[in-house]
Design a protein around this ligand. Sequence first.
Ligand SMILES: Cc1ncc(COP(=O)(O)O)c(C=O)c1O
Length: 382
Amino acid sequence: MKLFDVYPLNNITVVKAKGSYIWDENGLQYLDLYGGHAVISIGHTHPHYVQRVTEQLNKLGFYSNSVKLPIQEELATKLGKISGRETYQLFLCNSGAEANENALKLASFHTGRKKIVAFTKSFHGRTSLAVAVTDNPAIVAPVNQTPNVIFLPFNDEASLEACFRAQGNEIAAVIVEGIQGVGGINVARESFLQKIRSLCTEHGSVFIADSVQCGYGRTGKFFSHDYANVDADIYSMAKGMGNGFPVAGILIAPHLHSKHGMLGTTFGGNPLACAAALAVLEVIESEKLMDNAKRIGDHIQSELKSIPELQNVRGKGLMIGFDVPESLKDLRKNLLFNQNIFTGEAKPNIIRLLPSLALNKKDVDQFLESIREEIHAPALNQ
Ligand SMILES: Cc1ncc(COP(=O)(O)O)c(C=O)c1O
């Protein structure tokens, strides 16, 4: 049997990782500023994480949601505290798409409505409703197409107002990333998020803050939406939550009520996933990684802004993007194969940095030296 070929692969075989570094099968070391797509939050194979997951595996690897699993309560308490959302409720699942799927479903159950507002350049996942609110027709199968989704321009308060004025009483939810990731690191304006909050409150709609990529401390605040000083009704989380262990969840405001059987999953909230998620929160707290993300992220941004070839350096904390001119379109590839540095990309010529929140200054300086070298020596690489 062969693998279903859906991923364009870099010709690199990764076999080992530690902190912000990964190694290939030949022992070649790479600096990882991509984190396997914003997943590695506390650093690869962090000792506390390895120990907590190993201990849990030796105690109880799995049981289903038909019995009490106290580690779920432990995670909910810790998450409530660190996110400043102690009154919220936690539903655990397995991936970002599943988190958004459940958030959207819950909003529809709660309001009894069908319409969802989403925005241009959004990415919310690939399951049926998550992909329907994703602004990329190429990945929407005919069966996922629905007239219930209204796409509006991102950061455009006037069109949001007009939409609510026309059909506010039909809108179940507005779903928005605090910083669009796949869309190319587009930061939601604070006034835009505040407008979503006030319109949702006025019309009884549910504000869903997709924090799958921009959340979990990456921007220096637990949720990037927190920069706007708003409380969403539901936060979806995944990627950085388990530092690589598949775990996801939604935080649900107290006025949204649960009912037995309303949502469910076999693997969601399994003890191993909870142990991984707890280890991540413990390390974020003990190593002050949110402060680190902000400090190191600000440093990277100000240094990148001093490189004239790079345009529109943007983002918050350790979620950074910049535009690369057409003449340097191979920059990302050259960083990978000439300098052994992993970065992310977005269309058309955008480089994304999504490193571990524990990234240190020495590694940043190496990256800055390498990127300057690649920019100024493009002829050598052809
Ligand atoms: C903002 C956002 N939401 C949802 C998802 C989907 O997450 P997953 O791939 O875990 O289903 C992603 C993945 O890139 C994302 O960036």
